[in-house]
Design a protein. Structure first.
Length: 94
């Protein structure tokens, strides 16, 4: 977490509760005070998830709505493979 601001992009695949800023922002919620990976502090966050649904704790994740966050909804395996292929194609063009 101390170096999170130096990350250009954080790709979160399937995780929710361990990156849910509600643990710091919503006092008294089910995950209040839980240690987190503070992905929202990076320059860009991309979530690969099936839906906008809550995780195990069934809490909305405020990080989904932060200005530096994009949602890439769909099957994580297919989405990750398509994303990797697009990055490879882009790198080959350079």
């Amino acid at each position: 977490n101390p170096d999170m601001e130096s990350n250009d992009v954080v790709l979160v695949v399937g995780a929710n509760d361990v990156v849910n800023s509600a643990a710091y922002e919503v006092e008294g919620c089910a995950i209040w005070g839980m240690p987190l990976i503070e992905v929202w502090r990076s320059k860009k966050v991309i979530f690969c998830k099936r839906s906008m649904g809550g995780g195990y704790a069934d809490l909305d994740n405020p990080v989904f709505y932060k200005e530096n966050t994009d949602m890439l909804l769909g099957d994580a395996k297919k989405t990750s493979e398509a994303l990797a292929a697009a990055v490879r194609q882009r790198l080959e063009a350079v």
